[in-house]
Every structure is written in C-alpha cells, then in structure tokens.
Design a protein around this ligand. Structure first.
Ligand code: PMP
Ligand code: GLU
Length: 398
C-alpha cells in the first residue's frame, strides 16, 4: 500500500478533545471524574435557542441552504457585528462555518501557499499549529513568558517577520493563557501588518469573556487598513453554550469571502440548516444567559486562582479573559505519584486523571512545558471538589 500523504502523516489529533473524550468515557463508566479539560461551558443551550431549532424543523427548514450560510443568518451576524463591535459588514462579506474551527481552516486555505508563514503567540491553542500545517503553511511561534504575565512582545512579532510571512494570527482573549490584548497592542500589531503587507486573522471567540472591566476592540475596528486585511473569526460555541451545534462565522473583505464560500461549497456545503436557524435566535434574542454565565465564570476564575494560590508547588496568574487558567507545575516534575515519576506535563496529567480523577490538559499541548491548563467552565461545587482533590494529590507526591 502506498503511504498516506505527508500532511496526513504529520497531523496529530486534538489533545483537548482527546482528554475530553477520555474524561467523558470514564464518567460514562461510572468513575466520578471532575473535568477541567476541554473548554466547554457547563450551561445548557438557552431554551429559546432550542425552541427556534424545533420551529425550524417543524417548518421544514431541513434542506440544503446556500453553502456559505442562509441570508437570514448572515444578516443576523452583520447586525451583531454592528451592535457589539461597531463594525459594518455586508452579508456578502460573511461565511457561516462549521464552528470557528472551519472558519480558521478556511482562512488558512484562502491565504497560504506551501511554505508561507503565519506568526502567532505561544503558548497557543492546540489546533492553530495543526490547522496552519494542514493547509501547507508554517507556524512561527513568538514566545510569551509566565514571568512577564504572558504579555505579548510586539517587537518580537516584528522581528519574526520574514519574506515568507503571510499573516499574523491573534486570539483575543486567548486560550490557553486568558490574556487580553488591549487597544494599544492591537494598534501596534495592525501597524506591523500594514508595514509588511500581511493579513491579520483575529479569532475573537472569547470576546464576551473579559473580566475586571477590561475591554478590547475587535481587530478590524482598529483602522480602515486593519478592516481591509483582517479575517475575523467568531462562533456561537462559547457565548451561547452551543459547542455541539457547530456554528461559527468569518467576516472579511468581499473578494476573500467569495472565494471562501466557493471553497466551502465543495468541502462541506452548508452548516446544518436547523443549527443555522437556531443561531439567528441566539444572536438576535435575549442575552441574559450569556451575561449570567460571564458573571459566574468571573467568580469561578477568582475562586480557583485563590485556591491554587494556597497550594504548594503550583503557581498561576489570575487570567483576564476566556475561561482557562494556566498553572506552573514545574516544581512537581521529577517527583513521584503512586510510584510513577512525573517526568513532564503529560505524565502529570495522566497521573492526576488516573489517581485523583481530575482531568486537565498538559501544557505541552499548547507549547507550554511544565504547565497545565484548567478550564473553569464547570459548576462551582465541582470546581471546589476538584481543587480539594488536586491539593490532596499534590500533598501526596514524593
Ligand atoms: N478558537 C479557539 C481559541 C478555541 O478555543 C476554540 C475551541 N473550541 C475554537 C476556536 C473553536 O471553536 P468551535 O469550532 O467550537 O467554534
Ligand atoms: N477549544 C476548546 C479547548 O481548548 C474545546 C476543545 C477544542 O476544540 O479544542 O478546550
């Protein structure tokens, strides 16, 4: 048998989804696992969104839609972008995608030729580097350090620009560090993009999850030039607790959107028609569940950072956004848990799951060795119980 393609050979599965699947399988088998694994809000999808899906089915909206999304949903996205972000887009600038993941995949396929580089800050979300490679590109990581509060050094971004650079990717607020890039940093990044004629890809899926009064403008709203060179990526998974519905979207200059729609018409066709109808209800409908959820996550963020601060051998910063905490566990590496040596963040994560029934994601998956990532999108009681177990696990190490 001939070998699989080089791209297929080099791809690895999503570590966040793998850990989520493992934790869910253990739960299904009756093990009382507390999962700080995948970033999935614990809230149910709000009832009015589910009702809109039922209504769409009853009305027979169960057939193909235009590949890039229904006119009604694109219009709802345009209304949202104007209302929430002060951005004016026309429906022909929008593509509705299977989650923000497909929006990102499409964006890389639109922009990258073999060997083209995309600059992005690290630690970064697991899928970015794989998605860039899947479309023939090369990720170029600009490191951020915990000692500097994971602050992005804009000068380092500029120093990373080469003749092969095609785009800068930012995630604001970011997964996994929970940092918020404020307006001055966004301006500086937009200026670099203008100076070297680069595209900008802005993944703003966590835009609603900013705390302590922090605010960040949407990247395309920084300037007309930024607007013209940005592919803005967003989705409903997080804000509306709709991870399983698979609805995301991208907003961009019309000539890019036209090609992206054409690409998607062959690759997947439209996003599920019923999920698209439900998404209109999500974007246009009451936003109270979202606000309630953000307030709850804010509290959990502080509770969790406070608990970690009291524990030995583990340290973290209180994040400013998204719903993740990155914690430094390097002081525990080399110790043993139940006879197993904790050689790296993978070994730590495995031991914690098997021995304490607590799921977290190894930092190595995000290019953050010696760290682990917690999602705090879980109920407060479970969070506290998970912290108790973590503390006992740490105290038992030898
Ligand atoms: N971007 C980031 C930074 C994420 O953490 C996620 C995780 N789900 C996504 C995009 C993709 O989300 P979805 O495909 O569910 O919209
Ligand atoms: N993005 C979330 C996470 O980082 C969900 C899982 C995934 O799609 O990666 O946990």
């Amino acid at each position: 048998m001939k070998a699989l393609s080089k791209r297929a050979q080099q791809v690895t599965g999503s570590m966040t989804l793998e850990i989520d699947a493992k934790a869910k399988a253990m739960k299904a088998a009756g093990v009382d696992v507390i999962s700080f694994g995948a970033g999935e809000p614990d809230y149910p999808t709000p009832a009015h969104i589910c009702a809109a899906a039922e209504e769409a089915m009853a009305k027979g909206q169960t057939k193909y839609t235009p590949a890039g999304g229904t006119a009604q949903l694109k219009e709802a996205v345009c209304r949202k972008l104007l209302r929430r972000n002060g951005l004016t887009y026309r429906p022909e600038q929008i593509v509705i995608t299977n989650g923000a993941k497909q929006a990102l995949h499409n964006a890389f396929c639109m922009l990258l030729d073999e060997g083209d580089q995309v600059i992005l800050p690290a630690p970064c979300w697991v899928s970015y580097t794989e998605l860039i490679r899947m479309s023939g590109g090369e990720p170029v990581l600009v490191p951020r350090r915990r000692e500097d509060g994971f602050r992005l050094d804009v000068n380092a971004v500029e120093r990373a620009v080469t003749e092969k650079t095609k785009a800068i990717l930012i995630n604001n607020p970011d997964n996994p560090c929970g940092q918020v890039l404020e307006e001055d940093t966004l301006r500086a990044l937009a200026a670099i993009a203008e100076k070297y004629d680069l595209y900008l890809i802005a993944d703003e899926i966590y835009e609603e999850f900013m705390y302590d009064g922090l605010q960040a403008p949407a990247l395309p709203s920084i300037s007309e030039d930024a607007y013209n060179r940005t592919i803005l990526v967003n989705g409903l998974s997080k804000s509306y607790s709709m991870t399983g519905w698979r609805v995301g979207y991208a907003a961009m200059p019309p000539q890019v959107a036209k090609k992206m729609g054409a690409w998607q018409s062959h690759a997947t066709g439209n996003v599920n028609s019923v999920a698209q109808a439900a998404s209109i209800a999500a974007l246009d409908g009451p936003q109270d569940t979202l606000h309630e959820m953000v307030a709850a996550f804010d509290q959990r963020r502080r509770d969790m950072a406070a608990r970690i601060a009291q524990m030995p051998l583990i340290e973290c910063l209180t994040p400013q956004g998204a719903f993740y905490i990155m914690a430094d566990i390097s002081a525990m590496l080399g110790k043993t848990a139940g006879g197993r040596v904790l050689t790296d963040s993978f070994a730590f994560t495995e031991a914690l799951l098997e021995q304490a029934h607590v799921a977290v994601v190894p930092g190595d998956a995000f290019f953050a060795p010696g760290m682990i990532r917690f999602s705090y999108a879980l109920p407060s009681e479970a969070l506290q119980e998970g912290m108790d177990r973590l503390q006992r696990f740490i105290e038992s190490l030898q």
